[in-house]
Ligand binder design. Structure first.
Ligand code: ADP
Length: 398
């Protein structure tokens, strides 16, 4: 069985064709600059040179047409015809309260997704366009929607209700939703497996540290709390997002700096986080280099970042009444030994202790805790595409 996984952004599209017999990617690619001059598709197939298509792609439908052509290309493709694609799995950012699990896409689901657009105006429209384009090009192929928010729907009301007038929750759905759910679910399941335990029997703190970053407290396979909220702006500091700050800062800036709501939105989402503090970059590699060269603000931004993740780990241990394992994933979590070590420094009191030698690892699934640690620490590369493909397989072969 072969499953195509599509992750559609506003001007880009990532895809993977996965062979479900061995769960390996047969091909993966990225289309950039959709609807802008200079559209480009880059496809990678293990053991071959990159295949690049540079042609105008004015719409997502045209981009997906090129994806299918690249996958079936006589010379550079990996399948002979589109019919070899048994199902398509779509990443969808927001499933609202309606979707606590992945779902086979039909007209009713499409209508619900339109409803959820209000909650994710920047992301859901692109996801919907991607689904509609695929439906037009592959009308007979079953499609599944996999939601970033779904895993977090297991949260209790005490965790997701904000201390605001309750009517705002009823009227607008203002509550904590959480994001990166597919990743938190994937790595928590993998950690339970690495521990040789049932997921029902372990308390895990998952740290997804990429450009966007979030933590989740996963108790017995269910989310007790997660750090992103109504939007991906809440939580720990990120590359360019501020995370938790005093909400009064928004009103202060509007009054004192004459900023509009959009200005504040842009400042908090695009100009804050470690970029805002360091003034150097949102990329941790640049910041780590600047800090090594003695840039004090770069160093401060890393200290703030690590301190906030450390605090959140403490909070989540309390939220679950104890923790058995902490896992680091995504760009920074998988690839930065110094970040993992700095975050865990000072958590020895609760049994978290990293072995520096074991921790000197990048992009591999390994345990990195010291032998005398009572809480195990893991690094697990996330694989959201595989998780989407697994759900797609389950739902389309029932
Ligand atoms: P997203 O999918 O949210 O765009 P990723 O999970 O790919 O992000 O993470 C990207 C971030 O990971 C980069 O901004 C960079 O800061 C960090 N990163 C990647 N590789 C390394 C590395 N070797 N050392 C430190 N940070 C890294």
């Amino acid at each position: 069985m072969k499953i195509l996984v599509i992750n559609c952004g506003s001007s880009s599209l990532k895809y993977q064709l996965i062979n479900m017999e061995n769960e390996e990617a047969i091909a993966q690619g990225l289309v950039e600059r959709i609807g802008i001059e200079g559209s480009i598709l880059t496809q990678k197939v293990p053991g071959r040179d990159k295949y690049i298509v540079q042609q105008p792609m004015a719409t997502h439908k045209e981009a997906i047409q090129h994806v299918i052509e690249s996958l079936t290309d006589k010379e550079h493709g990996v399948i002979t015809s589109m019919d070899e694609i048994n199902a398509v799995g779509h990443r969808v950012v927001h499933g609202g309260e309606k979707y606590a699990a992945s779902v086979v896409i039909n007209d009713e689901v499409m209508a619900q997704l339109e409803e959820c657009t209000k909650l994710a105006p920047l992301h859901n429209p692109a996801n919907i366009i991607g689904i509609n384009s695929c439906k037009e090009l592959m009308p007979k192929t079953p499609m599944v929607g996999v939601f970033d928010t779904a895993f977090h729907q297991t949260m209790d009301k005490q965790a997701y209700i904000y201390p605001l007038p309750y009517e705002l929750y009823e009227k607008h759905g203002i509550r904590k939703y959480g994001f990166h759910g597919t990743s938190h679910k994937f790595v928590s399941a993998q950690v339970a497996e690495m521990m040789g335990k049932n997921i029902e029997d372990v308390n895990i703190i998952t740290c997804h540290l990429g450009n966007g970053a979030s933590l989740a407290a996963v108790k017995g396979g269910k989310v007790v709390d997660t750090s992103m909220g109504f939007t991906p702006l809440e939580g720990i500091a990120m590359g360019t997002r501020c995370g938790n700050i005093d909400p009064a800062i928004a009103m202060f800036l509007m009054r004192e700096e004459n900023m509009t709501a959009d200005d504040v939105d842009n400042l908090f989402n695009k100009k804050s986080g470690v970029l805002g503090i360091s003034g150097v970059s949102s990329d941790f590699r640049d910041i780590e280099n600047a800090a090594k060269e003695g840039n004090a603000r770069a160093e401060l931004s890393l200290d703030v970042y690590n301190f906030r993740v450390r605090e959140m780990i403490g909070a989540y241990a309390a939220a679950m009444g104890g923790v058995d394992a902490v896992v680091f994933t995504a760009g920074l979590g998988e690839n930065s030994p110094t970040t993992r070590e700095a975050i865990c420094e000072g958590l020895q009191f609760m049994g978290i202790k990293i072995d520096s030698e074991k921790n000197n690892v990048r992009g591999k699934a390994v345990e990195v805790s010291a032998t005398d640690a009572t809480v195990k620490v893991f690094v697990v590369p996330t694989n959201e595409e595989l998780m989407i493909a697994r759900d797609t397989k389950t739902l389309t072969t029932k």
